[in-house]
Design a protein around this ligand. Sequence first.
Ligand code: AMP
Ligand code: MG
Length: 403
Amino acid sequence: MKEFISVTEALQIVLENVRSTGSETVSLDGTLHRTLAEDLVSRDDIPPFTNSAMDGFAVRMSDLKDLPKSLTVIEDVFAGTVPLEVVHPGTCSRIMTGAVIPEGADAVVPVEWTREPDEDRVMIERAPLVGQYVRLRGEDVRAGDTVIPSGSIVSPPTVGMMASLGYARVRVARRPTVSVVSTGDELVDVTADLTQGTIRDSNGPALAAQAAAAGAEVLGPFRARDDLADIRCAIEAAREADVILFSGGVSVGSHDFVKRVLDEAGMQILFWKVRQRPGKPLAFGLLTGSVVFGLPGNPVSSAICFDCYVRPALAVMMRRRIVHRRRAVAKLEKPTPKSAGLHWFARGIARYDETGELLVRDTGPQASNLYSSMAFADCLIHLPEHLERADKGIRVEIEWLTW
Ligand code: AMP
Ligand code: MG
């Protein structure tokens, strides 16, 4: 077991030790926010046929050298129908947006550029350019193109794209299952009234929500008192999941039994304690088919440890192309506490000033029990190990918190 390692090493160990959850096939309406496990390849050209971009008249450009010009209307072509006539010199077809361009026509004149249209004649007042208002077959997607690669997260436009490509069913990554076990004698349920010494279990619901937001399927909730037998029992119930998260009980208090019970259950512990703040007592290990995170109980610590280690682990399990959150460099608007030795994560609020420069400040006091600040932070500020002070004006790396 490694102890007191860097943030980078801890993340590397985590990501090296997670396995793919495999894939399953789901119908189109169940794909939103899932991770594609196949490339989406087009069987067709899109648009599948050359069509009109406007309501107007399909014309031959060679007819429009002198304007205005009167043309004979030979046919009405509606979207969803097939033109029967060829546009010969001196003629045109009335055409609707999305309708197939008839043979012989090489441009569309919008209805606004014409006058006195009647059943079989129209006066063209203005000429389009060759090809104007004509949408060419295959100009969006070509048959055989990979439109969206495996590992992408399905967004609403991806759903639209899949429908357009004819994907009624699609292969997606199986959601990793996550068990959340809250430990602590002080914890009561969200419905309970507080009595002296008790607090509501907030990490359980918060971690479950973080796991769901990260694409996992949550099992449980599980709760254990600070009691060896109770924790053993919770582990037995929780271990069917791909990922087991313990909240609390991993520090050095005399009632911190989680590590002891996990050892006993045969967990191969890979590291304990990371050179970071908050979240120093983080533990990570393997228990038969599952990976186990022992997250510190302080709510900010558990939330940040989830975000920095569990969320990317879930992304790798689903073979996502993008594993890490977006980062940016920002200027510190005011000093924030820092000393050398640990990587600090400060909760931050970022904004652009009038010149477009990205500025960031911390949310205020950074103690790891102050959970409300987690709710209004929009980024994490990374303050690396070696940094001794974080003065106003220095440039820092931030990571956007997008849930
Ligand atoms: P521990 O890691 O068990 O020593 O807990 C550290 C701190 O986090 C203590 O103040 C606990 O009361 C608090 N804590 C532990 N678990 C939870 C939880 N599930 N929800 C909210 N606070 C918790
Ligand atoms: Mg505890």
